[in-house]
Design a protein around this ligand. Structure first.
Ligand code: GLU
Length: 327
């Protein structure tokens, strides 16, 4: 069955989700990174980016928050763009660990690979792969430039967050050295860790994440700029990775509930991709025990139900108006 949705039905779903969730007081801000503890807990926003680049927003969608683990998505895509999806599969992997995002146990159990570029170990490994290796400044340009192209606007590090993370990332340091031990760091390990820490500290808005998700949904063409950012065959690869591990050890629960591939970060952001249809994002700082935003999960899950976005369902959702062609 095909269900046609349009700007009006999506806008209504966003507003209804906002009203449904705005008073939810569940969860609490991440506190293991001091900066995140102090972000106002009542911030809440939802954004959708449609195939013609139009943005629908409700709430705090212009507030810049720490991208955190959502940054693992663009860097994984960039690694696949530079090396090919097979090589990333071979060097990092694509399997869920079933363990927390920063698990050392997961590396010990799977010592042949770091599991997936969407957990800390695989993301540090991916940062080590980014070309040009041996040149951290140029690698950083490649990472931020790629994210900006996905999001259709520039991004910058939140300096205070970067300091806060760098001063407290002892667990991630252990991960980097352990991966080095297993031959899964493809450049200098401490430089790879620093790139990873910096990319997690980039400030983004929910609106920017929705555009980035829409670029993935559109097979690599940014619907705002009409520029091709990555090869279209990488969309099913990255969406598969998001579906597999986007919510860490709660990913099965999320997928069971929504059937919507998405990636969360401890800054409170979640980016969801509806392939061939649109990009969605939601942001609210308080998190559940696995590190996923309580309100953002609730809102996106509400929207998925309202619009029949479950990829495993028998109804296929399409946009009433098709996307404009690539420039
Ligand atoms: N920078 C965070 C960390 O490495 C990201 C974690 C997350 O968002 O899940 O601990």
């Amino acid at each position: 069955m095909i269900r046609k949705i349009d700007k009006n039905s999506i806008g209504e779903a966003l507003r209804a989700a906002y009203d449904h969730c705005k008073n939810d007081a569940g969860g609490k801000n991440a506190d293991y990174i001091p900066y995140l503890k102090n972000v106002p807990s009542n911030l809440f926003g939802i954004a959708a980016c449609l195939p013609d680049g139009e943005l629908l927003t409700v709430g705090d969608t212009d507030f810049r928050f720490g991208i955190e683990s959502v940054s693992k998505v663009p860097t994984a895509l960039l690694a696949m763009e530079q090396y090919g999806a097979r090589e990333v599969l071979h060097k990092i992997g694509a399997d869920a660990t079933g363990l927390p995002f920063n698990s050392i146990m997961a590396i010990l159990l799977e010592n042949d690979h770091p599991s997936t570029p969407l957990v800390n170990a695989g993301a540090i490994s991916a940062c080590s792969m980014i070309r040009p290796t041996g040149d951290p400044a140029a690698k950083w340009q490649a990472i931020t430039g790629f994210l900006a192209e996905l999001a259709g606007s520039s991004v910058a590090v939140i300096d205070e967050l970067y300091r806060s993370e760098s001063e407290t990332n002892f667990n991630n340091r252990s991960i980097a050295w352990l991966l080095k031990n297993y031959g899964r760091i493809y450049d200098d390990p401490m430089q790879a860790l620093d790139l990873y820490t910096r990319q997690c500290s980039i400030g983004v808005t929910a609106a920017q994440l929705a555009v980035a998700a829409a670029t993935i949904a559109a097979g690599g063409v940014n619907p705002l700029t009409h520029k091709r950012v990555f090869r279209s065959e990488l969309t099913p690869r990255i969406v598969a990775l998001m579906a597999t591990v986007g919510f860490y050890e709660h990913t099965g629960d999320w997928l069971f509930e929504t059937g919507l591939p998405a990636k969360s970060g401890v800054g409170g952001g979640i980016m969801a991709v509806v392939p061939g249809v649109m990009g969605l994002a939601a942001f609210a700082p308080p998190l559940d025990s696995a590190g996923n935003s309580v309100k953002a999960q609730k809102a996106l899950s509400f929207i998925a139900r309202e619009l029949d976005l479950n990829l495993f369902g028998t109804t296929r959702c399409t946009m009433a108006v098709p996307a404009p062609a690539e420039a």
